[in-house]
Design a protein around this ligand. Structure first.
Ligand SMILES: C[S@@+](CC[C@H](N)C(=O)[O-])C[C@H]1O[C@@H](n2cnc3c(N)ncnc32)[C@H](O)[C@@H]1O
Length: 281
């Protein structure tokens, strides 16, 4: 990266607040103050974020065990302990990881730790601009979309307030994943503690990245057309827990299988369109 990215240090930002809650040091005083205000109204927020992060790690290991060796991590965040490429490369050094984030600190830090890593990239983009993400060299040149890809939308969809926009976004990415793969989602919820979630959302309204929560049914709807693997959509702490699993409820989490798009294309080619008449033999 040659140009320094523009940085807004006077307004709190969710990526840097998340970094603070996880014990990182890539945040400013304005982020720490907003994070502390969140902790006052939601004392378990850091434990819930750690549970989300631990879910991400288990989901990555699950993807590799299922034979999926490529990851498109949308809203990848500021690198911290247990980054996707580190977890993946411990299992398969050739696994490919394309990170995407819009926050300059996240992108700069990722670029610095990935300088020597051939099989992972960081793209500075808004993941809602699907064409730009898919055309970015860090994605286009790293991932083979005709092979299975794990699409990671971990703790990011609550930044999209519109249900239709969130569903349409997932559909756009899914239509590009010709080889299918796995859809990994976690999402903040108020289902367990509506009062503190409402108060915390108030804090986030003072940031450049307001959040909203969704119910279990609303998050389940985002998996439409993907088959959820066991145990389905559950709290992040309860998704295939291991001995290290702890934390606090607060995120619905699940993994769904994505069929290859080519199956649909083959079906379409094999089934003559009556409007086009019979193919010439
Ligand atoms: C809470 S962090 C989650 C990080 C990581 N996925 C995890 O679960 O540990 C959310 C990240 O999503 C990024 N983000 C939110 N909306 C985005 C968008 N529209 N485009 C790109 N990144 C986005 C933020 O900058 C932030 O780094």
């Amino acid at each position: 990266m040659t140009e320094p990215l523009p940085l807004e240090e006077s307004v709190p930002n969710a990526a840097r607040m998340y970094d603070y809650h996880l014990g990182g040091c890539h945040n400013f005083e304005v982020d720490r103050a907003a994070a502390r205000r969140t902790e006052e109204v939601m004392p378990w927020v850091a434990a819930a974020l750690r549970a989300n992060r631990a879910f991400l790690g288990r989901a990555v290991r699950f993807c590799l065990a299922a034979g999926v060796r490529q990851f498109l991590d949308l809203g990848s965040g500021i690198p911290t302990v247990g980054n996707v490429h580190e977890i993946a490369h411990r299992i398969d050094p050739d696994a490919r990881v394309a990170y995407v984030d819009r926050e300059p600190v996240a992108v700069a830090h990722a670029a610095s730790i990935l300088r020597e890593v051939r099989t992972a990239s960081i793209t500075h983009a808004d993941f809602c601009d699907v064409d730009a993400v898919l055309a970015a060299p860090g994605v286009r040149d790293l991932l083979d979309l005709t092979e299975p890809v794990a699409l990671l939308l971990v703790a990011v969809l609550h930044f999209l307030p519109d249900d239709d926009a969130a569903a349409a976004l997932i559909a756009r990415y899914r239509s590009a994943l010709l080889g299918g793969g796995l859809l990994v989602i976690s999402h903040a919820t108020s289902d367990h503690d509506a009062d503190s979630a409402e108060a915390a959302m108030g804090t986030y309204r003072s940031t450049d990245s307001p959040v909203l929560t969704r119910t279990h049914a609303e998050v389940a709807a985002l998996f439409d057309g993907a088959d959820l693997v066991d145990p389905g959509l559950v709290d992040a702490t309860a998704w295939r827990p291991d001995t290290a699993t702890g934390g606090h409820p607060g995120f619905w989490a699940g993994v769904g299988t994505l069929p290859p798009v080519r199956d649909t294309a083959v079906t379409r080619l094999d089934t003559p369109d009556p409007a086009l008449g019979s193919p010439e033999r």
